[in-house]
Design a protein around this ligand. Sequence first.
Ligand SMILES: Cc1cc2nc3c(=O)[nH]c(=O)nc-3n(C[C@H](O)[C@H](O)[C@H](O)COP(=O)(O)O)c2cc1C
Length: 172
Amino acid sequence: MSLDAATDDLRASFKLAMRRFPAAVTVITSADQTRRHGMTATAVTSLSLDPPSLVVCVNQASLLHDIMLLARRFCVNLLRRDQVALSAAFSGALPPETRFGLGEWAVSPEGISYLETAQINIFCRKAAAVPYGTHTIFIGEAELVNVHDPVDPLIYQDATYCFSVPAETKAA
Ligand SMILES: Cc1cc2nc3c(=O)[nH]c(=O)nc-3n(C[C@H](O)[C@H](O)[C@H](O)COP(=O)(O)O)c2cc1C
């Protein structure tokens, strides 16, 4: 097997493996001096509690990436189970300029759009940006968190939108 074929095999099996990681679906929003933008992202994870911080991995080819490089703040909007259409819109089904026409969006005093009906909003100050491969890892320090009940986040697993059920409860 050639080195290229081996690398292709590894990429394919890595992709298959990553599809088995259930991930909460978010829309990351940010703004620079002239533009606001939002993009669906699942590569979002907690970093530390002290300080309260998280990481978001953003493809360098995306418009959001250009804006986040210039921006001082961003917001992580965790979607609810019934917000699949928002996830689709913010991952390309709608062009950037019309995306905020879908859903109930408000603007923070710092000028960052946030989804009022999201499961949670985490408003972050950008603390660092670390390029790696095709992506940049943005580290955000939480400045304000809104949490809305009930707990019912939208999950993405095996390229399918799902919702979670406690393991000890039988799904209907
Ligand atoms: C469920 C889902 C999760 C995604 N997660 C990420 C992610 O974590 N990081 C990323 O850069 N793109 C992610 N994407 C891809 C972007 O949402 C998509 O490429 C987007 O259209 C690119 O942004 P732009 O159209 O605003 O330039 C995801 C797409 C979907 C459908």
